[in-house]
Design a protein around this ligand. Sequence first.
Ligand SMILES: Cc1ncc(COP(=O)(O)O)c(C=O)c1O
Length: 392
Amino acid sequence: MSTTASSFKQAEHKLLSVPGPVEVTDEVLFANAHPSMSHVSPAFAPVFGDCLRYLRKVLYTEKGQPFIIAGSGTLGWDLVAANLLEAGQKALVLNTGYFGDAFADCLETYGAKVDQLGAPVGGRPSLEEVEAALKKDKYAVLTFTHVDTSTGVLSDAKGIAETVRRVSPDTLIVLDGVCAVASEEIRMDDWEIDVVVSASQKGISVPPGVSITALSQKALKVLDSRKTPIPAYFANYKRWLPIMESYEKGTPAYFATPSVNLIYALEASLKSIVDGPVSLEDRFKMHKEAAKKFREEFMRQAGKLGFKTVATSPEGAANGMTAVYVPEGVAPPALVGALAERGIVIAGGLHKDIKTKYIRFGHMGVSVVERPSDADKILAALKDALQAVKSA
Ligand SMILES: Cc1ncc(COP(=O)(O)O)c(C=O)c1O
């Protein structure tokens, strides 16, 4: 007898509470277990088309062009670097952690001249600093990380976009939303964001393996008016654009094979995000409330021991994750290990300056919307793990 969607249950496992990949629902995993399909079958094309339509809704855009390509979030950086900049053009990277460094490195790999505007660890550049930098030089592209997964710092996406539009209207605004799409509100049209870079495995709550990006009409015009050839073969939007347009019309087309099964999983997850019982607006509200509650509870338990969030201001702290410094005398690997022994998987440090001093928790997607009790499990295990680590 074959398993059905309603009878399928994923195996018992430790609760995955890292800031991505995140927990996925049984429905999404079951959709991923679709029998193997041809990527050019007429039955598959509308599934792909649905994903594109749902993504527009998630990003609040009507005219933005989503691209769904096999790969991870990093592929989005290559796409930006190879397609929206030409060698020698300037980019301004607003840096709030590891992922700013890495995006800058990727842009330079393709020949862009990069300036970075950073802040002390846990902070973010002010809008005044962004304005001053834009007045000093002319940038083809400005990038910022909406949530830097290494620090849990949240950028003021709307404020940055307003500043760029006012001071340097021709500059393309690129939002790295790998750790933000579907857990933080992103209004691509209203805020005039030109590019959103994302991936399947975080707020969207699908297994890793899909690069998701979206381009505004303005970004598409920049792509169209390039003077030099795109220095990439796979990461080439001109090759992918007709494929996306064709799938959206329900007609299969081929450039390179999509991750067919993950597209089924993506459709299932996006459908529940867009058309499920929780509205998009409520979804973002739930993430805000869950983050606030998680941090309050966490600090109630551990604050007096000397734990401290890495993000230095409440408005600059992400809603889908939290990074916290551990106090002297607590070794992050010991705490990560003690939590794993209690069924909770969290992450250690990533930012080069503080790597050995902090830990990271994810609280996004399924663990907020479908199973808010996950946070209670994490906090209960934490209490126990802290006792164990302190008395060791
Ligand atoms: C903010 C941010 N940008 C980019 C990436 C790179 O994405 P991937 O690891 O899927 O290539 C990540 C990964 O965690 C991320 O958190």
